[in-house]
Design a protein around this ligand. Sequence first.
Ligand SMILES: *[C@@H]1O[C@H](CO)[C@@H](O)[C@H](O)[C@H]1NC(C)=O
Ligand SMILES: *[C@@H]1O[C@H](CO)[C@@H](O)[C@H](O)[C@H]1NC(C)=O
Length: 374
Amino acid sequence: MKCSAPIVLAAIPAVGAFETYPDCPTLVGDVTVKAADIFPESAEFALSNCKFYIGSLNNGSLIEHDPYTSVTREIKLPEVSHNEDYFICGVDFSYASGTIYVAASARYPWWPTIGANLTGPNRIIQYSPITDSIVWSANIDDVISAEVEKTGSPFAGFQDMAEDRDGNAYFIGTFGNIIVKVDPKGQATKFYTPEPVNDKSYGFGGLFVTLDNVLVLGDGVSDGFVRFDLSSSTPARPSFTTPKGHPEDFEEILECDSLTAPRRYNDKVALCSNVLDRKFSKHGMITVYTSDDGWTTSEFVGMIVNDFGQWPDVWSTAQFATADRVYALSSSLPYDDSGFPHTKSTTLVDITDRVDKLVPKFVPADAQHAHEEL
Ligand SMILES: *[C@@H]1O[C@H](CO)[C@@H](O)[C@H](O)[C@H]1NC(C)=O
Ligand SMILES: *[C@@H]1O[C@H](CO)[C@@H](O)[C@H](O)[C@H]1NC(C)=O
């Protein structure tokens, strides 16, 4: 198999701090990022330097925001920024290396019609907040072409990733449900494809890795969670489980734009951004799940509708966490009309209290005290 080498631009960061980071200064409440036309699709908080990183979908860049000084700047991604072949989709903080991973997905699988044209280039990029440098940019197209040839199925929609404790990234293709594994040096290989191959419908939409090194994905094809125990002797063999407790008229089960398990709840709570289901709310919602057994079984416990007050055309395509809070990105994106809306700012909405109310059993004891004292 032909294999393109990643373009390595800076020293590969050491892998280590999976469990802990020194505390960032306290941060509570909404954060407004004043930058025009971000078109944000995903965001993260880097515990390694206490700054937010927001993917600028249509501009192909990363926007850095320091919530303590309100300084915002654009980080350009080589060959990707302001290149119309790409959309910046997922942004992820890797606990193992303290770095930020960015999914530069081909634009056409998403635009102008979702799932219609499953072609185009895809890259995954590692950025180090500590050294302010692009570590590498890995083109995964040779890995994908080989799989397309082997299976006859298209694989596209590379919109998100999660990283394990050894610093490997798992990069998902939503159409075809492929997982590409990218090692800490940026070398990509196939990790998983379904057997038999899936149809072209919307499958893996978001993922996270637990502290126990279990990879958990939200899957719109099997309507459930897919789980890979990365430390087992068969790391690439999945198990499938459907959460209990959805309302009867609920259709788009785990059809997520992103899936996250905030550290606040010790991997026992997952949030799925369900942008496409308009039955319960005009602008979609965030569905909330809990698990007490490492996502072997799980339960739907409720939803947070997107009524964040930034109407019209504001969705929440991603949720993400600081060490102790939970945020929802408010995303002004052209889901229903044809153009990109002009915006002056983007709000990161603090939804911690709303999530806490749905999962009282999993709220950390010290946070419960803080609630009582208020
Ligand atoms: C995005 O690109 C547009 C057009 O080039 C520019 O006006 C805008 O300032 C950019 N926004 C950000 C946040 O980089
Ligand atoms: C599909 O996308 C490719 C770019 O990846 C483009 O060259 C081609 O024209 C598109 N096809 C259609 C039918 O729009």
